[in-house]
Design a protein around this ligand. Sequence first.
Ligand code: MG
Length: 236
Amino acid sequence: MRQAGRIVARVLEMLKEQIRPGVKTRELDITAARELKRLGARPSFKGYRGFPANLCVSVNDEIVHGIPGERTLKEGDIVSLDLGAIFMDFHGDAAITVAVGQISPLARELVEITEGALEAGITAARGGARLGDISAAIQNHAESRNLSVVRQYTGHGIGRQMHEEPQIPNFGLAGTGPVLKKGMTLALEPMVNLGDWRTRLGDDKWTVSTADGSLSAHFEHTIAITDDEAEILTIL
Ligand code: MG
């Protein structure tokens, strides 16, 4: 899983370099497909419940599961890239939100706080802690800064399958839920909105956007629980 995770991190890093005004989201998908193949991996998402692309690309008010296509990125957009890879039968899954050129201070704050929420979740994911400790840490980080966490979509266990038990909500109560044990592998993925937490599903039946049209950001890492601090697997 470390190898699958590292591949995801490498490809995301490459995609981040490619982000600039004028790039079509489809071009990012082409890069993702090419680089996964070059690294000996397969995309986790393509064909998953019929998902048509290698990469999820969600722009501005789109939260997750955006399908790359003819949309052209513009100065001031924020774009969330979510990528899963299968390597030697194991999955890695990670997401980043990237600025396109100069973005507004509010968008910058949203992106930084969402990344901070993921870090808070990872810090809480120590062996012997409870699953609810992760959820609460993510929720508190975002809500204490007047942002909202998406409730309808969650993090998840990950391993030989992309989505395994348990579901990991981005809200919840500390001290509740199953105890985290060494060797568990989890994908934590806060989705944070500038406005309300409610979502709507697009006409393509995939793209999830904020119901109120506010901006949304998404960060994800696959981690392994140890006896102490969690190990991040989707890292170079
Ligand atoms: Mg995921």
